[in-house]
Design a binder for this molecule. Structure first.
Ligand SMILES: Nc1nc2c(ncn2[C@@H]2O[C@H](COP(=O)(O)OP(=O)(O)O)[C@@H](O)[C@H]2O)c(=O)[nH]1
Ligand SMILES: [Mg+2]
Length: 395
């Protein structure tokens, strides 16, 4: 029979743990085909919660105890607990469960049913039909919980999951195996650990189910949730989004384009100074320098896009000559687009002053609008051509 272990992190929960363990042992009888157990992870609570649990391990072989010598935060306790449960105890599923009876333990068989039906991760959800938060919560706490969840949902752009901050969950071993190596930021080892763990599981594509439950306020002891949690949660979701942005192809494409512009401007001035002053037929050295600097920018764009923006579709050595030629054509295409828009604009709309920027007396005319539209459309063309022709997606 496969094992499922309910992990309970505790810090000063002496009274609560005495109550919750017998209730869990009782409800375990309702779970068919799974060998259920409990693992308490105590951070050497000053109220000696661990002593209480020690006694219970003697009475029930299903009860296990891990004691941390130092307070490691909720995330630290869960990581230790999961390592032990999935490793030593050879568990297939673990539960995350609070000691304070806030989580409805009678729902555990339903969680296991979802696991049996193929879920990798089951969330106890307060924000789906049948779930709820305590009616007696003050407006500030309700606001914090509901709006907090909405903010996380929006910033992480995942609207399928309704309760991101729930601490009541069942996790299959394969989720832990995949997500564990991704979690290494010490800052997020407190309560934020829960959101980080879930976010990584969602992104890895695991099958996630939500089971409704009504959250009950603790009646004994104190909540350890603090302002640190709000700050770290905001920090965490911003970090995730900024990382996403930096990793996005569009961002890299824009950055490489910026580098190209820089290369062009710098090389233009260098080449102008290197060339002796002369005029060969119609070619002034300014024109020669311009063409050379454009080509240098194109080379820089080609190399950086190949190594970075499209590193997942990097070209083979043998492809480089042809692709570089295509790349030049695509760039010429974008210049052509800009020229076309400028001349169409000039012919059909004409160059008219629109307004003058105050202080710097800069005259904004339709010509600037044409040029900007040309640049934007040219960039769209470039991005399209790179994706479609030069760094084609391999099937
Ligand atoms: N081992 C350990 N457990 C903790 C720590 N912080 C909180 N807990 C436990 O985590 C669970 C949830 O904490 P609680 O204060 O009830 O948070 P709340 O329900 O969100 O107000 C409880 O069982 C706590 O005893 C910690 O640093 N170490
Ligand atoms: Mg609690």
């Amino acid at each position: 029979m496969q094992k499922a272990i309910v992990i309970i992190p505790t810090y000063n929960e002496r009274e609560n743990i005495q109550k919750v363990i017998p209730l869990l042992l009782e409800i375990f009888k309702k779970v068919k085909n799974w060998e259920m157990g409990i693992l308490v992870v105590d951070d050497t609570s000053p109220d000696k919660t661990y002593e209480e649990v020690q006694e219970l391990t003697k009475l029930h072989k299903e009860v296990h105890l891990l004691v941390n010598s130092k307070k490691a935060g909720l995330g630290g306790a869960y990581l230790k607990g999961m390592e032990y449960a999935f490793g030593e105890l050879k568990s297939e599923v673990i539960f995350q469960f609070d000691a304070d009876l806030s989580h409805d333990y009678t729902k555990i068989p339903e969680f296991m049913k979802e696991i049996d039906n193929g879920a990798d991760l089951v969330l106890g959800s307060r924000y789906i039909k049948g779930g709820g938060i305590p009616a007696n919560w003050g407006l500030d706490r309700k606001f914090l919980s509901i709006v907090g969840n909405l903010v996380i949902t929006t910033v992480l752009t995942n609207f399928k999951i309704k309760d991101w901050t729930t601490g009541f969950r069942a996790v299959r071993k394969k989720v832990y195996d995949k997500v564990r190596p991704l979690i290494n930021d010490e800052r997020f080892m407190g309560y934020t650990f829960q959101i980080g763990f879930l976010n990584n599981a969602v992104r890895a594509g695991f099958k996630i189910k939500e089971v409704p439950f009504v959250f009950v306020d603790r009646t004994i002891g104190e909540s350890k949730l603090g302002a640190e949690y709000i700050k770290n949660t905001l920090l965490y979701i911003l970090k995730v989004r900024i990382k996403d942005m930096l990793n996005s192809r569009i961002f890299k494409f824009a950055f490489v384009g910026g580098v190209g512009t820089f290369v062009q401007l710098v090389s233009l001035s260098i080449i102008r100074n290197l060339l002796p002053t002369f005029q060969l037929l119609v070619f002034t050295n300014f024109l020669v320098a311009t063409l050379l600097s454009i080509e240098l920018a194109i080379m820089s764009n080609f190399a950086l896009n190949n190594l970075w923006t499209f590193s997942d579709r990097k070209l083979k050595k043998s492809q480089i000559p042809t692709k570089f030629l295509q790349f030049n054509l695509a760039s010429a295409g974008s210049i052509l687009i800009q020229l076309t828009i400028n001349s169409l604009g000039e012919t059909f709309i004409g160059l008219k002053s629109l307004f003058v920027l105050p202080f710097i007396n800069f005259n904004v005319d339709t010509g600037i609008v044409f040029a900007m539209s040309g640049i934007v459309i040219g960039l769209f063309w470039n991005f399209f051509a790179y994706n479609k022709f030069i760094w084609k997606k391999k099937n």
